[in-house]
Design a protein around this ligand. Sequence first.
Ligand SMILES: *Cc1c(COP(=O)(O)O)cnc(C)c1O
Length: 424
Amino acid sequence: METKGETMRTLKTMNSFDGASAVPPVHTEKEFMGLEEKYGAANYHPLPLVIARARGAWVQDPSGNRYLDMLSSYSALNQGHRHPRIIAALKAQADRVTLTSRAFHNDQLGPFLEQLSELSGFDMILPMNTGAEAVETGIKACRKWAYSVKGVEPGKAEIITAADNFHGRTTTIVGFSTEAQYQDGFGPFTPGFKNVPFGDADALEAAITPNTAAFLVEPIQAEGGIIIPPAGYFQRVRELCTEHNVLLFMDEIQTGLGRTGRFLACEHEGVRPDCISLGKALGGGVYPVSAFLADKEVMDVFSPGDHGSTFGGNPMGAAVARAALDVIKDEGLAARAERLGTQVMNRLSKASSSVVEDVRGRGLLIGIEIKKEVGPARPFCEALMKRGLLCKETHAQVIRLAPPLNIDEDDLGWAVDEILEVLG
Ligand SMILES: *Cc1c(COP(=O)(O)O)cnc(C)c1O
């Protein structure tokens, strides 16, 4: 380890880091990693770091080394680690009631749905737990809408998706992925989906048929490498969907909740989708909470028994989500993401580096693409980790930067210094 983030500047904010008590860990870092390797399925390739404590934008390993978290669990930590208001809500609710199932009502779900409806502008919400479940819920809603409202013949509904999409890991969802590894060995897949290139409205128009129920698309392809579509694309998509009576279903699981500088990333495009999925930061980084949101005409397709989830809408998740939404609003995190994101982009794009192909982003969702001839992005992430800064490559070439939106401004400046040094 060289600096481990232990500069004067980082120490300033680390003073507020609590919980760094002197209880010696039962295992060494190496042993913790060994246990995961021995007993855990090998479906991830984590950086060699064990996190034992965290607060705000900082995490700490069992030996006390501190790192600045510039990944935020893929944007599930927009509010930072262990935000006091969210933890307080979690603890208070844990002392009252945690799970009721939807067989009964609870006193948290209604207020949560009302708050999310008011913030998002959608009439109605179906709460789930993980992002993939919210997308699956949306797929079911769009199909049922196609049959019961649009009048598509039974069994014929189609959903159009974008190449290089990421919507989760269920068998249906990976079935319309264009990433070979996501599909390899997991077929056969659910029929009724077809892909068009992202950013190409003409291709979408050509793919629409009378059986098309929906176009499912991310406002920015985050996993795909922070791909921002050309200006005007989504306006044209909106027009096409309206003209052909096709639902525009935008997956805001990673881009929503302030990340890109707006409450929802679709606001940048000036379009209103017919329905969206939310997840990740909706649970404030402490509890899995996701949701499918739509207006009444679409959500009305569901009748009792059509769909469900044992934990979906549980009072613990609802209480946490209410606090998570309060924090985003009360702390003005979307505006903060916009302001800090502009600063980072300005510094990164001015820096001339022989290894960088492109820098792109919106708000605090930023991608640094490494030139192919230089090699993959992962060694840069490893070098940054040694300097006390955590980020992760997405696909082979792109370093994704997505810090908590309430990251200290000086800490973020320090992170950019380190990144510029590593990029040379
Ligand atoms: C993370 C993500 C999902 C899947 O969410 P999970 O909670 O991992 O199931 C879906 N769509 C997008 C855009 C995502 O970023």
